[in-house]
Ligand binder design. Structure first.
Ligand code: ZN
Length: 348
């Protein structure tokens, strides 16, 4: 009887344990999806060695003070170091004045890439604090962004570790993207405020890419898609330098663009414009020829070649190009037509 009673009690206790355990298991289940419960394990810690110093170039508007940002970055650094052994170091910082780039996140990325291009070997990540104005799907404003070319130009809106950690892990997860839960979930969690943790699988992938060179675009696509993408980005940075009238730097970038994709008509055309501005008309014309050989319907390239011929004094050839540009729907500036009529003594 005693025994029976004991057994029943046992069963009861077991049952009670089970009932009590359920919420606990639920909680553990939650954490079990992240690396948080593993942080103090010695094996886990050993996997994080050696520490990689991540050199951060900080770019701010005036939404936060520099010391606030520094404090925030060092808090985030600790959260990242205990998970993957990466420590942040702010290398340098500067204040930015945006022009029209805020309307388009890609333009923002190109602007930052161009502004920091000469220092690109000295830093790993460029962290820009910014107030987004371009809305994304669903009409919402983004909280953070990372470029998908070099995976090194990061943007965050608020000093919220979830946002920064999310964006800073993206460059190490370029093959993987978002996860269902934890720090790599898309969109800030509506509840709980400490979703700072990677899932074990995401952490593994971060560790795999931990030592990546940030000056090299990681391969995320097939080569035939990768090359045009890379080439386009160099071309865009080169175009920023052209706008700034820094012709040497612009040519270097356009050369890089053309090395990556030798069939890039727009890059030839833009390089030709720079040669024209430097009064190197033969080189300019060679580039326009190349652009037109690749794309015979490239109206702007006819216009640009027409200008180069005009400056060289080859008015007949200039007229020929202007006519082709016009036929392709390009609107020739009236002043240019007037000048060409005057110097050539012809009407068309
Ligand atoms: Zn994301």
């Amino acid at each position: 009887m005693h025994r029976k009673r004991a057994q029943t009690q046992d069963r009861f206790i077991k049952l009670k344990k089970l009932v009590l355990l359920l919420p606990l298991v639920y909680l553990l289940g939650c954490y079990a999806g992240s690396v948080k419960p593993l942080l103090s394990h010695s094996e886990f810690k050993a996997e994080n060695e050696p520490i990689r110093i991540l050199r951060i170039l900080l770019i701010t508007d005036d939404s936060y003070r520099k010391d606030e940002i520094e404090k925030f970055v060092s808090k985030c650094s600790r959260l990242v170091e205990i998970q993957v052994g990466v420590r942040f170091e702010i290398l340098d910082w500067y204040q930015i004045e945006w022009e029209d780039e805020l309307e388009d996140i890609i333009k923002m990325e190109i602007r930052i890439a161009a502004d920091t291009w000469s220092k690109r070997d000295q830093f790993d990540i460029a962290l820009t604090i910014v107030n987004f104005v371009q809305s994304i799907e669903g009409g919402k404003l983004p909280l953070g962004a990372s470029d998908t070319f070099f995976w090194r130009y990061l943007f965050v809106k608020e000093l919220d570790p979830y946002i920064f950690l999310h964006e800073v892990f993206h460059p190490f997860l370029f093959r993987k993207g978002h996860s269902k839960d934890w720090v790599m979930r898309a969109g800030r969690p509506a509840y709980g405020n400490e979703w700072y943790w990677l899932t074990p699988e995401d952490r593994k992938e971060v560790l795999r890419n931990k030592w990546r060179d940030f000056n090299v675009m990681p391969i995320t696509e097939q080569e035939e898609e990768m090359k045009p993408k890379e080439s386009w980005f160099y071309y865009k940075i080169g175009s920023v330098y052209l706008k700034k009238r820094e012709f040497d730097q612009a040519i270097l970038l356009l050369n890089k663009s053309l090395e990556t994709n030798p069939r890039y008509a727009a890059a030839y055309e833009t390089r030709g414009i720079i040669y024209s501005r430097r009064e190197q008309y033969d080189q300019a014309i060679a580039d326009f020829n190349k652009a037109l050989e690749i794309d015979p319907s490239f109206a702007e390239a006819y216009m640009s070649r027409g200008r180069a011929h005009y400056f060289k004094g080859d008015y007949d050839q200039s007229w020929g190009d202007i006519k082709k540009a016009q036929d392709l729907g390009y609107k020739i500036p009236a002043e240019f037509l007037d000048d060409l009529r005057r110097v050539s003594g012809k009407n068309k």
